[in-house]
Design a protein around this ligand. Sequence first.
Ligand SMILES: [Zn+2]
Ligand SMILES: [Zn+2]
Length: 237
Amino acid sequence: MTAKPCPGPCNNAWRRAEQQLANEGSPHDIPVTWGKPTHCIRCTDGAHTQIAELPELVAAISLEAVNGTAPKTTGTIGRTANPTWPGQAARILTEHIVEGLLGLEDVIRVGRSLPARDARGREGADVTASATFLRAHLHWALERYPGEADPASGETMDPAALIRHWHRGAERFTRRDARLEHHRVPCPRCELLTLFREDGDDYISCRNIACELLLTPAEFKEHTEKLARRHDLAKAA
Ligand SMILES: [Zn+2]
Ligand SMILES: [Zn+2]
């Protein structure tokens, strides 16, 4: 099998430079990281570590749900059409990750002609069992994907990218990502208190992975000013 450039984050700078080369003809000297054969060793190791850490991270998200993470916006004018309750963001994120893990497990079971997963039905048990299964089959899955379409959706998928996405969402949620600045105003789209700016990043992004809204600093400023005006109106009423 011939080696391909690793699809992982190790090649982010190289992909950007290649895009510029294609668009503007500007040459670059950024080296490419080759896959072995698909993903490079570092990205492969990263996926293994992340999948091993996921059960504990998902448990930590549930604890935040118990403690409450998203106090409701008060005031009549600012009231939302979809009221939030403490722990709603935790619920959304947990379901997103659990469904994703089970979905990836199912695709691998079909691809390897393995018997269908037992109906387990308890979230904690599901996460643990799925993560154990995925660790055992990750090498196979990483070599085979991306490039092969998921039989159900027809979409090509990269298990390493999925695992990275879940892990990052969980890490951000449980505030283990120290590079983040938390903006304590509700997201204009999902209304949760989930707006963050990453160190060195120009954008403010929503960490609710069912939303993932991106705001420019100007949009964010406009949003906070609008909220402040609403707040003043509510007080005056
Ligand atoms: Zn890589
Ligand atoms: Zn949002």
